[in-house]
Design a binder for this molecule. Structure first.
Ligand code: HPA
Length: 270
């Protein structure tokens, strides 16, 4: 894997000569973020050696390189999910590549189902912690110390300093932010009512099918990480009947301008 990552990094460096400071993973319906960038290069995933190719509707597949008020950013337009059939090493491969392109900070966004009764569709949640209930672990197998240690400290998966900054920014822009714990499940089914109840009983506020593996791998390599989730549906008795992928994409799209503004300002000000 080390060699594959280095090969991909060499290819991208030769193609772009770009050294990003921030990596951003754009979740469902949030792909418009790249309109806030002064784009310098776009590399479709299929042109990048060793990259998997995204298959889900609403997820475009490209690495986009550019700046936001001078800050150098690489954005993943489209991510890889375990439920698509990739293994966890493939799901998290781009995070390793971004690390060796030079990023120090990773910002991850996603759509999720809310179980915290204070949330509603469209709520924006800063992820303060997560519970990993994915069936495969991205660090399982022989550890390569060149990436990071065998046993990874997970006391601060999401940077407390970045959370403080994001809250300041949100307050100054009148964006209402919630804070919560994200539970990662493999999908691709949305949860049953009993499962949403389990999510809540486990002390989590929202549930989704991504993010956790990427953040684990980011922390393995000591990247500072920030996560934000858009509540696209509520996992409760009244709402559960209407949850569809279309509804998820529509709700994410509606919240998109606020999430974009938040991420953009975090990159500029942090
Ligand atoms: N469950 C899991 N993943 C999701 C959901 C959900 O309710 N909404 C958006 N992604």
């Amino acid at each position: 894997m080390w060699e594959q990552v280095q090969e991909t990094v060499s290819f991208i460096k030769a193609a772009t000569g770009f050294t990003p400071e921030y990596g951003v993973i754009l979740g469902s319906g949030l792909g418009g973020f790249t309109s806030d960038m002064e784009i310098e290069y776009t590399l479709p995933y299929e042109e990048i050696p060793n990259f998997p190719v995204s298959t889900v509707e609403g997820h475009k597949g490209a690495l986009v390189f550019g700046t936001i008020e001078g800050k150098k950013v690489v954005a993943m337009q489209g991510r890889f999910h375990f439920y698509e059939g990739y293994d966890m090493k493939q799901v998290t491969f781009p995070v390793r590549v971004m690390k060796f392109l030079g990023i120090e900070k990773l910002i991850v966004s996603n759509a999720s189902g809310g179980v915290n009764p204070n949330y509603k569709v469209g709520s924006i949640v800063v992820i303060k912690d997560h519970v990993n209930m994915m069936p495969e672990h991205p660090l399982r197998g022989k550890n390569d110390e060149r990436f990071g240690p065998r046993f990874v400290n997970m006391s601060e998966p999401y940077s407390r300093r970045m959370i403080v900054k994001a809250k300041e920014i949100a307050q100054s822009l009148n964006i209402v932010l919630q804070e919560g714990v994200y539970l990662g499940l493999q999908g691709p089914t949305f949860e049953t009512l009993a499962e949403y109840r389990m999510v809540k009983a486990l002390g989590c506020d929202c549930v989704g099918m991504s993010t956790v593996p990427e953040v684990i791998v980011a922390r393995h390599m000591e990247l500072e990480t920030f996560g934000v989730s858009v509540i696209t549906d509520m996992g409760d008795e009244e709402s559960i009947g209407t949850i569809t992928h279309t509804e998820v994409l529509e709700a994410a799209k509606e919240a998109e301008p606020k999430v974009r503004t938040l991420i953009k300002n975090l990159i500029i000000q942090y």
